[in-house]
Design a protein. Structure first.
Length: 406
């Protein structure tokens, strides 16, 4: 009897050891205790593969400390990498989210290999090229949507065609009041419909040839030099938690310097801000001054609006609030961590934040927008507080540590 019990105990111990070997523990530290709704946690897949050899993206489970299974995403941002043995080594990152409450300084999670296929999680982010609307490129999450403009829109109109022509590298906003994806539906509804709030939101933001909501240009100290419509696009990841895509801009003349730009957008679920990494290519000067802008008059024609700007002390941010005659109020903002203190400028149509850039080195900045009818913001003060909190989160990112079997 004693021998039998010992054998059972040994078997149980072996089972526990095997289970532990199939589990990766993730500890996330939020040192300053800031509230971080929908905080996105990323782990290089190489680290997952190190701890869980042979793990596959469709056969893992991500769980919080209470054992709840969390939606996750595995990216493949380097498709040139190969996986000839089918071990999952070519993936990019494992991504999931957690809502840190104010004062919550740490959270733990596990990643486990499973023998069953994990469910497909509802997507909260989406990005795509829109050839049916003159090469627009559109993107969204569960909070807000955006678009920008491609080469077909910039092309001259054939005589008598009535084709729309707009040459701009500015960024547009589509304000949402629903959490589900609307980009495809709105394009299918047609231009006239999405300019009216029919229950899901509205395209009421005016871009024109301005910077719109976070477009860039080169500032020479007196004038802004901006490029034209994007020339190429590439989607690198597309949900359910994060979308990543790139837009390239052909060279333009910036006061005698030829400049081109590559923008990489990172769009996360649950956020009113997108992260943009802009890399400028040029020769000659050691540095240029890049401007990130907001349109001074962003409302639709016929709207009487009161527009105000705030430059918060201590934050590298520029905040705009627009009170409209109809259709509610909205806020926009840019956060440029590399901007020097009080590095602001303006021209006749744009308010600008300035930052130095070197050729080939990315400038990271954040672009946000929100609408009172979204349900999350009622006043200008609400938006100002949100931007301040976002700036604080940018300054103090969470840290991630891993432990488990090697």
């Amino acid at each position: 009897m004693t021998i039998r019990l010992l054998l059972l105990a040994a078997a149980a111990g072996a089972t526990c050891f095997a289970s532990a070997a199939e589990r990766l523990t993730v500890a996330v530290t939020n040192t300053n205790g800031l509230a971080r709704p929908a905080e996105t946690i990323t782990i290089p897949w190489a680290s997952v593969n190190q701890h869980l050899p042979g793990a596959l993206l469709q056969q893992i489970a991500v769980k919080d400390a209470a054992g709840n299974q969390l939606p996750y995403q595995v990216t493949n941002v380097a498709p040139e990498k190969k996986d000839p043995r089918g071990e999952g080594v070519a993936y990019g990152e494992l991504i999931f989210q957690h809502d840190f409450a104010a004062g919550e300084k740490s959270a733990s999670f596990t990643v486990e290999k499973t023998t069953v296929v994990s469910p497909a999680f509802p997507t909260k982010v989406f990005a795509r090229y829109v050839p049916e609307r003159l090469d627009d490129f559109a993107w969204e999450n569960d909070k807000v949507a955006h678009r920008t403009y491609g080469p077909a829109l910039a092309a001259p109109a054939p005589p008598g065609s009535g084709k729309e022509v707009l040459v701009t590298s500015g960024m547009d906003i589509w304000f949402k009041r629903v959490p589900y994806p609307i980009v495809d539906r709105w394009y299918n509804k047609g231009h006239d419909h999405y300019h009216h709030d029919e229950g899901e939101g509205i395209d009421m933001y005016n871009v024109g040839t301005t910077r719109g909501n976070g477009g860039t240009g080169v500032w020479d100290g007196k004038a802004l030099h901006a490029g034209a419509n994007y020339s190429t696009w590439k989607v690198l990841a597309n949900g359910p938690v994060r979308a990543i895509f790139e837009l390239t801009y052909d060279s333009w003349d910036a006061a005698g310097v030829k400049v081109s730009e590559l923008k990489r957008f990172t769009v996360d679920a649950g956020h009113y801000f997108d992260q943009i990494d802009s890399t400028f290519s040029f020769t000659g000067p050691k540095q240029l001054t890049v401007a990130v802008g907001l349109n001074k008059a962003p409302t639709d024609k016929g709207q009487e609006a009161k527009v105000s700007f705030t430059r918060p002390a201590g934050d590298a941010a520029l905040i705009q609030w627009v009170e409209q005659r109809t259709n509610g109020a909205f806020g926009t903002a840019v956060i440029v961590p590399a901007a020097a203190a009080q590095a602001y400028a303006e021209d006749a149509r744009n308010a600008l934040m300035l930052a130095p850039v070197s050729a080939g080195k990315a400038l990271r900045y954040y672009v946000g927008a929100a609408w009172t009818r979204s349900g999350d913001f009622a006043t200008e003060q609400d938006w100002t507080r949100y931007v301040a909190a976002e700036s604080a989160r940018v300054r103090a990112p969470v840290t991630v540590s891993l432990s488990g079997a090697n």
